[in-house]
Design a protein around this ligand. Structure first.
Ligand code: 2AM
Length: 177
């Protein structure tokens, strides 16, 4: 019998205040988009995509998240961009702060041997906003948005009606001082 599995990823999940600021910042992008808008409740910053994870590995995945030495960080979102092959339009950052780069590397290292990760690509911090959009619209550079991240999350992805349904399963924050 096939073992039950869930599609999982680690992400920085916005607080309601950050989500509201994201909605404002991506409004020009959404207005000029002729693709499929991603609903604002799904906005997030992916750290590691795990794909399908068997139920028996869930506790090890959660333990890997807790083993990460998380350091809160500020991320400045300041640019729009496009991933050509999946045709994703995104709002993101032109620089990767050191604590974020360390978080991604640390997470990948703790997940090694637990799940099979896709090969590492250059990490590009971004929030996907529109799918099925081939070209970046002509837009002024967005205003800067500073996202203070106090934790990160393990998230389940399911197929919903017309768009993905995400559920935060566990949050991971800095160890108390
Ligand atoms: P992104 O939108 O931040 O790029 C949940 O499915 C999230 O995992 C997606 O929103 C996407 O993040 C990322 N993801 C999905 N499929 C992926 C893949 N094949 N490789 C890497 N990341 C993927």
């Amino acid at each position: 019998m096939t073992e039950p599995a869930e599609r999982l990823f680690f992400a920085v999940w916005p607080s309601p205040a950050v989500r509201a600021a994201l909605v404002q910042s991506v409004a020009p992008l959404c207005e000029s988009a002729n693709g499929r808008l991603i609903p604002p409740e799904n906005y997030h910053l992916t750290l590691a995509f795990l794909d399908s994870v068997p139920a028996s590995k869930m506790s090890a995945v959660i333990a890997a998240g807790h083993a990460v030495d998380f350091v809160p960080f500020a991320l400045t979102l300041d640019c729009y961009g496009i991933f050509e092959s999946p045709q994703v339009l995104w709002y993101g950052s032109s620089a990767v702060p050191d604590p974020l780069a360390r978080l991604v590397a640390n997470l990948r290292s703790h997940l090694t041997g637990v799940v099979k990760l896709r090969p590492e690509r250059r990490f590009c911090p971004h929030v996907s906003v529109v799918r099925k959009m081939a070209a970046l619209p002509q837009l002024a550079r967005p205003a800067k948005l500073v996202w203070q991240a106090y934790d990160f999350a393990l998230v389940r992805s399911e197929y919903g009606p017309g768009h993905a349904l995400y559920t935060v399963l566990e949050r991971f924050s800095a160890a108390p001082a």
